[in-house]
Design a protein around this ligand. Structure first.
Ligand SMILES: NC(=O)c1ccc[n+]([C@@H]2O[C@H](COP(=O)([O-])OP(=O)(O)OC[C@H]3O[C@@H](n4cnc5c(N)ncnc54)[C@H](OP(=O)(O)O)[C@@H]3O)[C@@H](O)[C@H]2O)c1
Length: 420
């Protein structure tokens, strides 16, 4: 059996592929002393390969000197008074859809970027080291393993630099239960622990607006890491965070553009008005995340954020698409109960066949995005509110649809899981 969710259901919000089948409190101590050699930059070691794409970026890296490592008193916001070229930012999840743009934006703002990547990055590990280096131009690429705190720390130690800020754009590529906990929680926490050890006093987390109403495992994992950041800031006033909770990404809404262009109907759940979102582009979100590095008004804040313009329902997105194509709208309305039925069956099967756990979770993810708006939940009314959802940036979904109609979805691929 294979079941395809309409992309307007935001299935892609957590990486479900377009057309694809339903197919510690840790020790937060600063290091007060680090054994460093007298050489200005640590030599690459087997566990770390630091690539220096340009001479300029190498020069800008700040080697750790014992005197340069912040102590608890001086650490709090000292990096905010520095010139960006003297601020070292560790970016984890640097090779993702948003992470790549965040690296690019931070590099363009003049920060020193240490981008952590896997040797085989991207969807299904399809990018080689060379391709990753090319993708992350202007950053110092550190091939390491965020899933093991020891390797990450070793890599940073070998790198011989201090860290001022950590930016995490990590996300489970698969979206399954274990993977979500391993990446959205554990690996993100590892980057906090390692970043703190090397001096980081600020953490910018890319989270998701949907954690407001947590029904899915990845949302619970994200909330747990959000809570750790808050606890850390509460217990150490030298530490700050900014939690960014965006609405839908463009890639999550573009899955039907090419199908509709080819004459297929636009598929949506119910009457197409079950939910709405304020989609945001990768560059706009990357810019907002980069603002979080220095902006004092974003310190210790949870920041929901959407793109420009009004909130759009699936129906409105479909109408927009047909208008751009100059065609009469043709919709296929799918009763939401179909998803409830599929989820019921999967939930039953998972009791007999535990390996279907992820399939059941993907069903729930699809159901969630079919009916829940990616907007701020108004605490007073308990309703989603477009008015309460801040807008940022300039890129519109309409421009994105126009581009996809012209050039296709290249670069906008969703995740990698196949369900049933
Ligand atoms: N899609 C939406 O509409 C939407 C809306 C709001 C919020 N969000 C949230 O935004 C976040 C980022 O999304 P995205 O689309 O940019 O994610 P993505 O493209 O899937 O990127 C995930 C990043 O995490 C890394 N990663 C995943 N598994 C790893 C592992 N085992 N070891 C090391 N690194 C690993 C990936 O590295 P590799 O390249 O090596 O795989 C990649 O850099 C997610 O938390 C998502 O929930 C999404």
């Amino acid at each position: 059996m294979s079941l395809r969710f309409p992309s307007n259901s935001y299935v892609g919000l957590h990486s479900l592929p377009k057309n694809k089948k339903l197919s510690a409190r840790f020790s937060s101590q600063f290091i007060n002393q680090i054994e460093v050699s007298s050489i200005p930059y640590a030599l690459p070691s087997p566990s770390l390969k630091l690539y220096r794409p340009s001479k300029y970026s190498v020069r800008r890296l700040n080697p750790i000197k014992v005197s340069a490592v912040p102590n608890v008193e001086s650490a709090p916001s000292s990096f905010r008074n520095k010139n960006p070229k003297d601020v070292n930012i560790l970016v984890v999840g640097s090779t993702g859809y948003i992470g790549k743009f965040v690296v690019k934006e931070l590099v363009s703002r003049g920060f020193n970027i240490i981008a952590v990547a896997r040797e085989k990055s991207g969807i299904r590990g399809r990018n080689s080291k060379e391709e990753t280096l090319n993708q992350l131009k202007g950053a110092n690429v550190c091939f390491s393993d965020v899933t093991h705190v020891d390797s990450l720390e070793k890599s940073l130690e070998n790198l011989g630099v201090s860290v001022d800020v950590v930016v995490s754009c990590l996300a489970s590529r698969g979206g399954g239960v274990k993977d979500s906990w391993q990446i959205d929680y554990e690996a993100t926490k590892n980057s906090l622990v390692a970043g703190r050890k090397f001096g980081a006093s600020h953490f910018v987390l890319l989270s998701a607006i949907c954690v407001q109403k947590p029904l899915l495992e990845f949302q619970r994992a994200k909330l747990k890491v959000e809570a750790e950041l808050m606890k850390e800031a509460e217990e150490d006033n030298g530490f700050t965070f900014s939690i960014v909770r965006p609405t839908a990404f463009f890639k999550s809404l573009g899955g039907q553009v090419e199908l509709v262009k080819d004459g297929k109907p636009y598929v949506m759940f119910g009457d197409g008005k079950l939910c709405a979102c304020k989609p945001i582009s990768e560059p706009d979100l990357a810019s907002f995340i980069a603002d979080c590095v220095l902006s004092e008004d974003k310190i210790n804040q949870v920041l929901p954020i959407g793109g420009p313009g009004k909130a759009l329902t699936a129906l409105e997105q479909g109408e927009m698409l047909f208008r751009l194509l100059g065609r009469e709208p043709k919709f296929l309305k799918v009763p939401i109960e179909i998803m409830d039925f599929a989820i019921g069956v999967l939930d039953f099967l998972v009791k007999i066949i535990p390996s279907l756990e992820d399939a059941a979770e993907f069903g729930k993810i699809g159901r969630y995005y079919a009916a829940e708006s990616m907007l701020v939940l108004d605490p007073e009314t308990g309703e989603y509110s477009a008015e309460r959802t801040p807008s940022y940036g300039k890129d519109t979904l309409e421009e994105f649809f126009e581009r996809v109609l012209r050039e296709g979805m290249a670069g906008q691929e969703l995740g990698e899981q196949t369900i049933i």
